[in-house]
Design a protein around this ligand. Structure first.
Ligand code: PEP
Ligand code: MG
Length: 857
């Protein structure tokens, strides 16, 4: 017997991922292994993920792992390594659990003021959807089985085994058909549950105590799910729903009369909002996506598979909603507001009008952004800089393309290799890489069918272990055997990945690159392995692109010193600033204690980037940046400055693409180069920050004066004060001056509720101070019909002029502007000119001249 005791240090305990790493490791050994949570005394077989999760090991608990058998010592040695590596968890491993957990519902002011009844929830996928309420959810999983008694223990166990096989085959069949993405991941998790020995073991035991097979499924599911539900971790609690879903299928096979085994498909006959306390993943995937406008769910976890899937389908979704057939009657109309986090049943005309107006502004914003997103990234003076997407799954790519990505600058492939007992096959990889290339075809860009995808080969080892790769314990994994260094030990793994990538290159423009290249020798070796894979495919007559570009990630400083030599070996370079920064400053990127040093805005680092880019360009080598630094919109002038030196592409997470592309379109290459030069001459990162801050506010005001014809509406149909303020906030949204019009509205109402802003003479001047706007702006709405608005002279208001300034603007812009506007409005000539202007352009001329303000260029 060999054993090992450790104290769990994982912040969220031994949750699903580390438990599955442990179980997969145990499955590779013959020895029987048992894990005991010494804090509770509970033990579990190490091979069973469910049982290990069920131990509910929390941070600080003492855990004993014991193994007996011929390879027990080896197994314990590996467990020791896993513990030392924290089971491959990075800081905040369950980010999904924490992210957004504190969602606070926010009902727009007009709805609050009108006393609209809302049912609150927590938004897990933003957006607004409207449709007919359709109640979903199948028969509830029974708490007790009341069907017929079974046969002998042997007969019932055989029935159970047959049913488990049938469900496993069913899931595996579906898995084969499913395209890579969230749906496939969920099916894989369900497969993991049905093959888990704890599930079968627990049910077989119950049969032994006299239960029928279906009775044991019901009782067993209850036992396992309740163990999970008692966990302190929300992530683990949510796995209980997966167990019930799999057991529902088992019960359906064993007792077809039950009727809940096959989830009833939910038929949506028109635009619908589906309401359900619990919903099967299968039910969601089988719904008509075009008619599914929103999801209102009960106690469903935010990291549950159902939610992951809803998010990947981009359906406005609320969870944690306490609803009933009375509050949300089937057949009634409902609006799911997953921006604010609530649902409105049977909305009245005013509510519908609110969303109609908001939708109109959103549509204008989309239309304004569309040409920009469809164009390749470039500065306002025409300097091209490609804005690409980073992705870790093929499923993310279509969304990134919709956000305006020019291409995929980094497809990380580690996800495919982690969290599993055996490596993915060549075929599995090929299908995934091919799906990634094909997903770029669903692009907003007009010019080509598919866009380029840079696939990075496996960056595993060191901090990211996989159970089937044995790396001896390293004192310093970041300086150890990771990335390209591992390949020489894992030639088969590399070969199958390279073959899969080469095969995918037959379906679009694929480029391949190796991570962590430190020397010219490594780069040459990598190119040679690709040439071999291509030669094999040629011989086999398998389609591939023989001219596929081969590159390296530049993330080890030694590579930066030999760019002239690398230029003869590779076709391109992609700078991984995350690692390059940590190795340049010798400051671990995961160590919060040295985070201050790990700063890409340090002048020394900027000089290094400039040197790499300039040398690469001088040698005719394409160069991009795909580290986190590239996606921070504040860094854009630095990136464009590097663009002048020859940087071809910046690649980032999808949410950054829109803001970065929009900002890129507003800056000039020359001014950005000047910013970079200044930053490189600084001595500290703080000085660089000051330069960037100054550029940020100056660029905002230079690019966008407070006036623009887009901010003027001369025939608004607004008929209440609420409408008017919403309309004005919508103008700012449509013009791209705010991404959060509701916050602008809220800020305007803060002022309005202190005292109405009716000015007299039929004018009102609402005003708002909020950092939700990018720069100070004046929005104008002339109303078709004047409305009530409290003022000194009591005259109805026909023209509203809203001032919105950034709350952080220290220079009193707000008051100065307001005073000037008020002074001018005292003049009849100015008022008449505004009331009489025939077009937005004419009104803009009047405002510009009278207020002596600049209009946006
Ligand atoms: C990088 O190091 O900048 C990079 C993009 O790679 P990763 O973050 O995956 O190490
Ligand atoms: Mg890296």
């Amino acid at each position: 017997m060999a054993s090992f005791r450790f104290v769990c240090e994982l912040p969220t305990g031994l949750h699903a991922r580390p438990a599955s790493v442990l179980a997969e490791t145990a499955r590779r050994f013959h020895s029987a292994a048992v894990v005991t949570n010494e804090a509770t005394g509970a033990s579990a077989e190490a091979r069973s993920v469910l049982s290990v999760i069920g131990l509910d090991v929390q941070r600080g608990h003492s855990v004993l792992v014991e193994a007996s058998g011929d390879d027990a010592d080896k197994f314990i040695e590996e467990v020791r390594g896993l513990v030392a590596d924290k089971f491959g968890e990075t800081e905040g491993g369950e980010a999904g659990e924490a992210a957004g957990a504190g969602f606070v519902a926010r009902v727009p002011v007009p709805l609050r003021r009108a006393g609209v009844v809302t049912i609150l929830g927590s938004s897990v996928c933003t957006g607004v959807g409207e449709g007919m309420v359709v109640w979903g959810g199948g028969a509830e999983f029974p708490k007790e089985y009341t069907g017929a008694a079974g046969g002998t223990v042997e007969e019932e166990r055989a029935r159970l085994a047959g049913a488990i096989d049938a469900v496993r085959e069913e899931i595996e069949g579906a898995l084969k058909k499913e395209k890579p993405g969230a749906g496939k991941d969920i099916l894989s998790a369900h497969r993991g549950i049905i093959i888990d020995p704890a599930l079968a073991g627990c049910m077989a035991k119950l049969i032994g105590s006299g239960m029928s097979a279906p009775g044991a499924v019901v009782a067993g599911a209850g036992q396992i799910a309740s163990k999970l539900e008692h966990s302190a971790s929300a992530y683990i609690r949510e796995r209980a729903a997966d167990v019930r879903e799999v057991c529902r299928r088992l019960l359906g096979v064993l007792d077809p009369t039950w009727g809940g085994g096959v989830e009833k498909p939910i038929v949506l006959e028109g635009p619908s909002v589906v309401v359900a306390k619990e919903l099967g993943v299968g039910q969601l995937t089988s719904m008509d996506r075009r008619n599914l406008k929103g999801l209102v769910l009960g106690d469903v976890g935010r990291t549950s598979h159902l939610v992951i899937l809803a998010r990947s389908m981009q359906i406005p979704t609320l969870i944690g909603v306490e609803m009933s057939a009375t509050s949300l009657p089937g057949g009634a109309r409902a609006i799911v507001d997953a921006i604010g986090g609530f649902v409105v049943a049977s909305p009245g005309a005013a509510v519908m009008e609110y969303y109609r107006r908001e939708d109109r502004a959103r549509g204008r914003r989309g239309a304004k952004m569309a040409p920009l997103m469809a164009r390749r990234g470039a500065t306002r003076d025409g300097h091209a800089l490609e804005v690409a997407a980073n992705a870790a799954m093929a499923a993310e790519i279509a969304g990134a393309m919709e956000q305006g990505a020019d291409s995929v600058g980094l497809l990380r492939t580690e996800m495919l290799f982690l969290d599993r007992a055996t490596p993915p096959t060549e075929e599995e990889q090929y299908l995934l890489y091919r799906a990634a290339v094909e997903a770029t075809g669903s692009t907003a860009l007009e010019s080509r069918a598919t866009r380029e995808v840079i696939i990075r080969t496996l960056d595993i080892g060191g901090d990211k272990p996989a159970p089937y790769i044995t790396i001896p314990k390293e004192e310093n994994p970041f300086l150890g055997c990771r990335g390209v260094r591992l390949y020489k030990r894992e030639l088969d793994l590399l070969r199958s990945q390279l073959r899969a990538i080469c095969r995918a290159s037959a379906h679009g423009t694929v480029k391949v690159m190796a991570p962590m290249v430190a020397t010219v020798g490594e780069a040459k070796w990598f190119c040679e392995r690709i040439a071999r894979a291509q030669a094999e495919l040629c011989e086999e007559g398998v389609a591939h692109d023989p001219n596929m570009a081969v590159g390296i990630m530049l993330e080890v400083p030694s590579a930066a010193l030999v760019i002239d030599q690398l230029a003869h070996v590779v076709d391109f370079i992609s700078i991984g600033t995350n690692d390059l920064c940590q190795y340049t400053f010798a400051a671990d990127r995961t160590n919060a204690g040295v985070a201050e040093l790990n700063n890409p805005r340090e002048p020394g680092f900027l000089r290094l980037l400039d040197k790499i880019v300039s040398e690469a360009a001088a040698h005719g080598v394409w160069v991009g940046i795909c580290g986190e630094m590239a996606g921070d919109v504040r860094h854009l002038p630095l990136m464009v400055g590097l663009g002048v030196a020859g940087l071809d592409e910046i690649s980032m997470g999808a949410p950054s693409i829109g803001p970065v592309k929009a900002k890129l379109a507003g800056v000039s290459a020359a001014e950005c180069r000047a910013v970079l030069e200044k930053a490189m001459a600084c001595e500290t990162a703080e000085q660089v920050d000051a330069i960037l801050d100054a550029f940020g506010s100056q660029a905002g005001s230079e690019m966008q004066g407070p006036l623009h014809s887009e901010l003027i509406l001369i025939d608004s149909d607004a008929s209440t004060r609420e409408d008017v303020i919403q309309e004005l906030a919508g103008l700012l949204h449509a013009a791209g001056r705010t991404d959060d019009p509701r916050a602008v509205e809220e800020a305007a109402w803060v002022r309005e509720e202190k005292g109405a802003t009716g000015f007299g003479f039929g004018f009102c001047i609402p005003h708002a101070q909020t950092d939700a706007v990018a720069c100070s702006s004046i929005a104008v709405a002339r109303l078709r019909a004047p409305i009530e608005w409290p003022s000194m002279d009591g005259l109805p208001v026909g023209l509203a002029i809203m001032l919105t300034v950034r709350a952080s603007d220290a220079d009193q812009t707000h008051l100065k502007l307001l005073a000037k506007l008020a002074r001018r409005l005292m003049h009849e000539g100015f008022r008449d000119a505004l009331n009489g202007a025939l077009s937005a352009a004419a009104m803009l001329d009047v405002l510009e001249a009278e207020l002596e303000l600049k209009r946006a260029g």
